[in-house]
Design a protein around this ligand. Structure first.
Ligand SMILES: [Zn+2]
Length: 131
């Protein structure tokens, strides 16, 4: 049952930011519900405000990421999509996409975005440590 459902990174962050707003309003609502206890109400309202402020920060971050993302036309659904990193999924049809020809046809793996893969082709010989 460990099926990996891959989704577009920008979409995932956007969903996260949106859910933060709902969580923030939810916490604030709890604050209204707890208004008989002043300190508890204050804590809920502060936490709710923090969640909403944090989601604004995340939205701002998505804006920055979007400018760095590569816009491509998805080969599967032919809609324009944005991808981050070397591998990402289409925003519309979740088709796995890659910018790297070496990875084409390979098993889809988020690990390809990590640094150890991005520097695998520099041809440096392993240093020998001798005493
Ligand atoms: Zn697509």
């Amino acid at each position: 049952m460990a099926e990996i459902k891959y989704s577009n990174k920008i979409n995932r962050i956007r969903t996260f930011a949106l859910s933060l707003i709902f969580i923030g309003f939810g916490i604030m609502y709890l604050g209204i519900w707890a208004r008989q206890i002043e300190w508890l109400m204050l804590i809920f309202i502060i936490l709710g405000t923090l969640a909403i402020v944090f989601s604004t920060v995340v939205y701002f971050w998505i804006g920055l990421l979007s400018t760095r993302a590569v816009q491509i036309i998805c080969p599967n659904c032919e809609k324009p999509t944005k991808m981050l990193g070397r591998v990402d999924a289409c925003m519309h049809c979740k088709e796995p996409l890659t910018l790297d020809k070496d990875l084409e046809g390979k098993e889809f793996d988020e690990e390809y975005n990590s640094k150890k893969y991005s520097k695998s082709n520099n041809g440096q010989a392993q240093e020998k440590s001798e005493e």
